[in-house]
Design a protein around this ligand. Structure first.
Ligand SMILES: O=C(O)CCC(=O)C(=O)O
Length: 279
């Protein structure tokens, strides 16, 4: 029996590859997360690394706690069973009147998992609506074969190489807007095609993404470390990321910097969301 999602939501997750809104935090807690994040953001490039787009949860206890909020893990357990790994995290801020956008893409085209039983949770810590550049999905696209992506290298594209599915590969008439209030999240399958448009409003839009898979899934590229966040790992396919005991703990900072130094090696370029790797 499901713990957090209703039967209807579970059916929708299967058929559409997405389910939203799912409330994870109350509004006050979401406001606290936003304040905490914005204080960290003000220190980026100083004592905080510039790049927070892959695995920043190993650096910040509050971020790890957000990704392991029991209400979130209950919903993830409904989708994939009790043995759950957290593989990565990314923060997606768009400022008021930010012209940047994200072209249609499937994360599964760039990150290797086998089998692709992988789900992302995008938690809104501000509101996220059409006017401030919310996510958009093409429901059901997780069931299709992977689509061809081209690289546009558009500097306004928030994806590292401007990866884009060409529009002749799908019919945009089925596209839906993913509107969320602070503290709500959307869950989407890793192969689901998604995008977002510029922020035309006076309000910021910030989402924090966490990626989960069950322990039997194997990594197939260099992103091969994770943290067991619920249940048991009887497979041992993944190296272990360190837990953040304190924010910016010096050992975790070293782990994070070493990870990035090998990760941005051009020989290893293989994933979609890496805004600074292309710079
Ligand atoms: O937050 C956004 O606008 C895009 C997020 C995204 O593309 C992703 O989570 O893979």
């Amino acid at each position: 029996m499901a713990i957090r999602l209703t039967d209807e939501q579970l059916k929708r997750a299967q058929s559409d590859g997405c389910v939203f809104p799912v409330r994870i935090l109350d509004t006050d807690s979401a406001a606290t997360v936003r304040e905490t994040y914005e204080a960290v953001e003000a220190r980026q490039g100083k004592d905080v690394p510039e790049l927070l787009s892959v695995k920043p949860h190993v650096l910040f206890k509050w971020l790890f706690e957000l990704g392991t909020t029991p209400t979130l893990l209950d919903a993830i357990e409904d989708l994939m069973g009790p043995n759950i790994l957290l593989t990565t995290c990314a923060i997606w801020p768009k400022d008021a009147h930010d012209q940047r956008f994200v072209t249609w893409h499937q994360d599964s085209a760039y990150f290797g998992y086998d089998p692709m039983e992988v789900w992302s949770a995008w938690i809104a810590i501000t509101d996220s609506h059409v006017d401030n550049g919310c996510l958009k999905y093409l429901p059901g696209s997780h069931n299709d074969p992977e689509m061809m992506h081209e690289e546009t290298h558009d500097p306004q594209n928030m994806l590292s190489r401007g990866q884009k599915i060409s529009s002749d590969q799908f019919d945009e008439s089925g596209v839906i807007d993913v509107e969320l209030e602070p503290g709500e999240c959307t869950l989407h399958h890793f192969r689901l095609a998604h995008s977002s448009e510029p922020n035309t409003s006076d309000r910021r839009r910030v989402g924090i993404l966490f990626v989960f898979c069950p322990t039997h899934v194997k990594p197939t590229n260099e992103l091969n470390s994770a943290i067991l966040v619920r249940g048991k790992d009887e497979y041992g396919h993944w190296n272990r990321d360190p837990l953040p005991e304190h924010d910016l703990d010096s050992e975790n900072l070293k782990y994070y910097n070493d990870f990035w130094n090998s990760y941005v090696d051009p020989e290893n370029v293989s994933e979609a969301e890496r805004p600074a790797a292309a710079e």
